[in-house]
Design a protein around this ligand. Structure first.
Ligand code: HEC
Length: 118
């Protein structure tokens, strides 16, 4: 009886860690539903430090491509797939999976859509 209780506790802790560290899409969509506006997208880009690898609005590193104007030459659906899970699109890419919710991805695309190519 006591042993089973421990198993249940370990299972629940595992579940919580999983949902916090790598939330499944349905969960991210439930708990992180944001307003789809360029301002929200810009705040996410700031918060998740995209500029560590991308130049955006003229500042940031060039580990990955410059993102200004990217929507003028890349199809939004490809970028959606990419933001959902970079390594599923390109195995071995240094870009991490941020576990964005669908609305967060739309907000980021709305923001990137406001930036024109340099
Ligand atoms: C650790 C570095 C790193 C970080 C952090 C990072 N990226 Fe990337 N990203 C890359 C690299 C590198 C590529 C190019 C793909 C490749 O060659 O692996 C890329 C590609 C992309 C692309 C696709 C570009 C294309 O031409 O298809 C988008 C969109 C993008 N990143 C957006 C973001 C956003 C938004 C963030 C922040 C939430 C971010 N990235 C954070 C490294 C990074």
């Amino acid at each position: 009886m006591k042993k089973n209780l421990w198993l249940v506790i370990v299972f629940l802790i595992g579940l919580v860690v999983w949902f916090v560290v790598a939330p499944p899409r349905f969960w991210a969509n439930l708990v992180r539903r944001v307003e789809v506006t360029p301002a929200v997208g810009a705040a996410l880009v700031e918060k998740r430090d995209c500029r560590n690898c991308h130049r955006i609005e003229g500042s940031g590193a060039l580990v990955g491509p410059e993102l200004d104007g990217i929507l003028s030459y890349k199809d939004p659906d490809t970028l959606r797939q990419w933001l959902r899970n970079p390594r599923r699109v390109k195995p071995g890419t240094p870009m991490p999976n941020f576990h964005f919710s669908d609305t967060e991805i739309e907000a980021i695309l709305a923001y990137l859509g406001t930036l024109s190519a340099p």
